[in-house]
Write a protein that binds this ligand. Sequence first.
Ligand code: DCP
Ligand code: MG
Length: 375
Amino acid sequence: PELNGDGAEILMKSYACQRRTPLKHHNAFLTEALEILAQNAEFNDNEGRSVAFRRAASVLKALPHRVKSMEDLRCLPCLGDHSQRVIKEILEDGSSREVESTRQSEQFQAMKALTGVFGVGVRTADRWIREGLRTPDDLIRTGQQLNRAQQAGVQYYSELQRAVTRAEAELIMAIVEAAVNSVLPGCQIQLMGGFRRGKEVGHDVDFLITHPEEGKEEGLMSKIISWLEEQGVLLYQKTTRNSYVERLDGPARSASNMDRFERCFSIFKLHSSASRSGSASTSESGSACDSGCRAVRVDLVVSPFSQFAFATLGWTGSKLFERELRRWAGQEKQMTLSSHTLYDSKQNLYLRAQTEEEIFAHLGLEFIPPSERNA
Ligand code: DCP
Ligand code: MG
C-alpha cells in the first residue's frame, strides 16, 4: 500500500461509500481536469466512461496529500489507463492537451450552456446544437418550442447561473418552515444535498419534509405549494405525485434511479435586498422577477416517516456517493438500496431503519457523516 508523508500506510478502499471524502482536498488541479472529461462523456451519452473518470477523481479527493508524482498513485484503486495518462501529463506539463481542447471546444461549450438551462437535458441540447444553436439567447432568437420548465429556465437563466449561497439557503429554509408549519404543525424539515454536506454554495436548495405520524404527510405538498403561491414566493413550480408502491417480492427493476416521492421542482423569488440582509420576502404576489429580485432553484420532497432515513441518505449525495452506495449494496451484499427502502435478496425481506446509521450498519459499512460524503 501507498505511504503518506509520515510513512504511514494509506489503505484506499475501492467503493467511494467506504471512504471519507472531505469537501476541501489536496488535488483539485487533477480532479477538475478529470471531471471535465467526465462531463464531456456525459454530454456524449457515454455513462460508463463518465463514471470511470468520476471514480478516478473521487479517489484523488480522498487522498490526504497532494499528488506529486506517478509513484504516489501506486496501489490506488479506480485509476484506469486513460485517467493515469491525463494525470501524468498534468504532473509533467502542467496541463493535459485533451482536457484543454475539450474545455475549449465549441461542442463542449454549447452543451454546457444549453444543458445549463433548467429543464434542458443532454438529448435536447444535442438536437439544438445539430440545428446550429449554441446559447440560450439562440433559443429565444429562433423562437424554439419550449416546454414550461424550459421557458422558466430561459427567462431566469442568468439568475439561476449564479451560485446559491448558504445565507440564501437559510433564508429559503425560513420561508419553507413558515409554509410547512402553517399548513401542518409538527413536521420535520431538513436541508439536503450539497448544503447538508457542508458546501458554502450550491446550484439549488433541496429540502426533505416528513411528519412523525405516518400518513399525515399525504396531500402535504399541494398545501405547501398553495401557501407559497398565495405569498407570491413561486416563480415556477411543477409537482410530481408520489408513485412509490412497496412490493412484497422486492423492489421492481426500474430503468431509472429516480425516486418516486412527491416532489416539487420550483423557482423561488427572493428580493435581492432581502437575500443580502437576511429577511424574507413574502408580501408581493405575481411572477415577475425584476432587477431587485433573485431567482433560486428549490427542490421540495415529501417522505412518509417510515422511509425518512432512506430519503435522508438518498438526498444527501454526493451523486457519486449515492451511486457507489447502490453499487455496494447490489454487488457486495445482494441488496437493493433506494431512497425508499433497503431490500435483502438473500433473506427476501425489507430491512427497516430509522436512522442513516442503521442503514450503513445493514449494509456492513462504517458510518460516513454527511460532511465526508463529498465523493
Ligand atoms: N440525487 C441523486 N441522483 C439524482 C439527483 C439527486 O442521487 N439523479 C441526490 C444526491 C444529491 C441530492 O439528491 O446530492 C441533491 O441533488 P442536487 O443535484 O441538488 O446535488 P447537490 O445538492 O449535491 O449539488 P448542488 O450543490 O449543485 O445543488
Ligand atoms: Mg442541491
